[in-house]
Write a protein that binds this ligand. Sequence first.
Ligand SMILES: [Zn+2]
Ligand SMILES: [Zn+2]
Length: 245
Amino acid sequence: MLDILFPKVCPSCETAALNSENLCGLCFSDIRFVNNWSFCRKCGVPFGFFNSEHEDYIEQAEESDDHLCGKCVQGKFCFEKARSIAIYDGKIREMIVSFKYEGKLSKGDVLVDILITNFPNDLDNFDCVVPVPLHIVKLRQREYNQSAILANELAKYAGVNCDLFGLRRVRETRPQIEISSEGERRSNVKGAFSVTDDHKFKGKSVLLVDDVFTTGSTSDECSKMLLNSGAYKVQVITLTRAKRM
Ligand SMILES: [Zn+2]
Ligand SMILES: [Zn+2]
């Protein structure tokens, strides 16, 4: 009844009426899902070629689905697999920014929904879900960790435990998205994380959750800590993937 008197508006643009996707048609059509491309079987980077002029991917379906990207051929990542739902751009990027930095928790609901509805079916089973942690200083400023909210809801959906405190950020880092060189990104996060209890992840298959995958340095560094503490396997799911690699 309330919905008829006060029709729900799209949480992205806050003007148009909702359609069945929890966004209005226009905002929904703005989201570019990674599975529209063929992508690296390991790190999940979309293969459609990168257009440097527009700094963007061009949608291009490829025949083969079995490729590894250059980085994965060189064995640069220690996680088992990484997958992302959408490209970090347009409406979904705006929603993440307001969820993360403007305290708009309401955007979290629709982001959780996008993550769960489009959860990739080629990830292996996992025993627990772990968010990429924020440093305590940032957590105090923002009052919540956006990745922890995504991880918590995803764990509920998957029926597994969410470990909010198993992984800790022991050093403050710059946002990876602000750094252009990959070497700098690696050193920015090196040694920035630690596992709080050495027995917690022993023999476990862990799913690591974050909002944006940039070059994978953060995910890889967290994975390394989890594997060092005895995790059997780490897979990564991020809601989005940055366009610039
Ligand atoms: Zn909208
Ligand atoms: Zn790859």
